[in-house]
Design a protein around this ligand. Structure first.
Ligand code: SAM
Length: 282
């Protein structure tokens, strides 16, 4: 089988200049993309769902694993011909979907088979996509390997008490464990973004350990972290009034000191607050 051309050549042949509006920063180092593809552990027999394959660096990394199939969702149709060539090279294990990932129904695409998400995410849609996958019912993915800008990655994995701890860490902790798998310098991308990046590795918690009501959790965390320097008896009042109750009532029900501040409360405390909020709202 003849070799696939280097990615820089693919870009030149197909005239694929990087577009800012699509958040395009490409990875050309195939050693790096192979490493990212393997961060979730062995992919034997799994489906890999890739968001934003672009010219296909990470796609090649995924196809080179034992994943049974790769489904790649790309919004910019200019990349499809180059991706088709990569798919043919790896024994037709690649399905290309031209779509906006925010609107894609991944569970339907994978047909309920075990799947892993892998993505060098467009920065502008990274957080909404993560929230969409955390809210998925049922959780159709068994692992996710996601590139974020470093500051967002820190907010996803942060623990209580850390500067980066907030709404994103609590929402993530409700559904999954999260760790930084790899830090990636800006110079690894073409063109280089202004900030550093990091790959976050997520694994869903066992179903009985998840806190499923993310809407209630969003309501209390938005209120609590919206005024993170204030005591919870004050910062929670916006969420409390939406549920027709008081911050004191929610805090008593959750067993949390009214004088505590949001950044010191571990995720489990917010799960209890969200439960109390849901009960009050009726
Ligand atoms: N994965 C490639 C790589 O590592 O070289 C490209 C990464 S680039 C940061 C982000 C990719 O996501 C681009 O190909 C862009 O066109 C695509 N993209 C942007 N927004 C998207 C969306 N809403 N849905 C699907 N793909 C999107």
């Amino acid at each position: 089988m003849s070799e696939l051309p280097p990615l820089r050549e693919v870009i030149a042949t197909h005239g694929l200049d990087a577009r800012k509006s699509f958040g395009q920063h490409f990875l050309f180092d195939l050693n790096l993309t192979a490493k990212i593809a393997r961060l979730a552990g062995p992919l034997d027999g799994l489906i890999a769902v890739e968001i934003g394959p672009g010219p296909g660096g990470l796609t090649r990394g995924l196809l080179a694993t034992d994943a049974r199939h790769v489904i790649a969702i790309e919004k910019d149709r200019r990349f499809l011909p180059a991706l088709e060539e990569a798919g043919a090279h790896y024994g037709d294990r690649l399905t290309l979907i031209e779509a906006d990932a925010l609107e894609a129904d991944e569970a339907a695409l994978t047909g309920g088979k075990p799947a892993v998400i892998a993505s060098n995410l467009p920065y502008n849609v990274g957080t909404p996509l993560l929230i969409k996958w955390l809210k998925a019912s049922p959780i159709w993915w068994s692992a996710a390997v996601l590139m974020f800008q470093r500051e967002v990655a820190d907010r996803v994995v942060a623990k209580a008490g850390a500067k980066a701890y907030g709404r994103l860490a609590v929402l993530t902790a409700a559904i999954a464990s999260a760790r930084i798998g790899l830090k990636v310098p800006a110079r690894a991308f073409t063109p280089p973004p202004k900030v550093e990046s990091a790959v976050v590795v997520l694994h869903p918690l066992p179903a009985e350990k998840r806190f499923h009501d993310l809407d209630a959790l969003e309501a209390v965390t938005e209120s609590a972290f919206g005024q993170r320097r204030k005591m919870l008896r004050s910062s929670l009042s916006a969420a409390a009034s939406k549920a027709g109750t008081t911050a004191e009532h929610l805090l008593t029900a959750a067993g949390i000191e009214p004088t505590a501040r949001a950044e010191t409360i571990p995720p489990e405390g917010f799960f209890r607050l969200a439960e109390a909020w849901r009960m009050a709202k009726g």
